[in-house]
Design a protein around this ligand. Structure first.
Ligand code: C5P
Length: 248
């Protein structure tokens, strides 16, 4: 894969900062430090369950793109309703578990479409499937979840099911990007956690890549949490990541 040349804005837009905080006040401290940097903000279940739609609206009012990482997984009718609500909220991206099956993923897309039909001012969010969580080991996959075969086979099956259901991409390990792009096509989007700049603590992630390696592998968006949020100087940390993406 050839290395892309990115402007500062394009590079910043590929970085999804994981706002893994217990409440809005804690997240606001990081937002103050990163003010003016046009990165994507990822709101997961910890912050969303505490700070709710109002916090997402306030990010949108400040001009941020928002990935709502709530990994919906329920009966199709309920996921359709959830997808409808988050589309009306104005998120730019959200995700569902591919394990919910084709009917559930199609219902999510129906929920999005119904929201757009009802309000033409809304933009269509990007809908992403979770294939296998990066915390799932092969042993867990085979012995606990009951899916036989390799991790690659499981990821491939779910990615193909997601594309057949009309979704736009998958969350994947940066090590799976080439595999996903090979069988789902180059425009099928990949969102990759497990990114660690050189010299930064790996923490509980196992198979990591640096930002420039992930870019080279073809990832569309990289989710980065602790290397920014726990840095002594979060602004310097994200600036250095952006710099690395501009000059990989
Ligand atoms: O701090 P760190 O960079 O490891 O944060 C990674 C973020 O990506 C966290 O918000 C985590 O929930 C999320 N994530 C992940 N692995 C997945 C899916 C999401 O690490 N498979």
């Amino acid at each position: 894969m050839s290395v892309q040349t990115l402007s500062r804005e394009q590079a910043a837009g590929k970085v999804m900062v994981a706002l893994d905080y217990p409440d809005a006040a804690s997240a606001e401290k990081l937002l103050a430090a990163l003010e003016g940097i046009p990165c994507y903000m990822k709101v997961g279940m910890q912050l969303f369950y505490a700070a709710g739609p109002d916090f997402v609206r306030s990010l949108k009012q400040r001009g941020y793109k928002v990935f709502l990482d709530v990994k919906m997984h329920d009966i199709p009718n309920t996921v359709k309703g959830g997808a409808n609500s988050v589309t009306r909220l104005g998120v730019d991206m959200f995700n569902v578990h591919a394990a919910g099956g084709r009917d559930m993923m199609e219902a999510a897309m129906d929920g999005v479409d119904e929201a757009l039909d009802a309000d033409s001012t809304l933009a269509r969010p990007t809908v992403i499937a979770v294939t296998q969580l990066t915390s799932t080991s092969l042993e867990m996959l085979n012995d606990e979840i009951g899916i036989l075969g390799t991790m690659e086979e499981a990821v491939k099956r779910y990615a193909l099911l997601a594309i057949a259901s009309g979704l736009d991409g998958v969350v994947a390990s940066p090590h799976e990007v080439t595999l996903v792009k090979d069988f789902c096509g180059p425009t099928f989007q990949t969102v990759t956690p497990g990114i660690r700049p050189a010299g930064v603590d790996i923490g509980d992630q196992s198979r990591v890549m640096t930002p420039s390696e992930a870019l080279q592998a073809g990832t569309d968006y990289m989710v980065i949490g602790r290397p920014i949020t726990k840095a002594a100087d979060p602004r310097a940390a994200i600036e250095s990541i952006i710099e690395e993406l501009i000059k990989p």
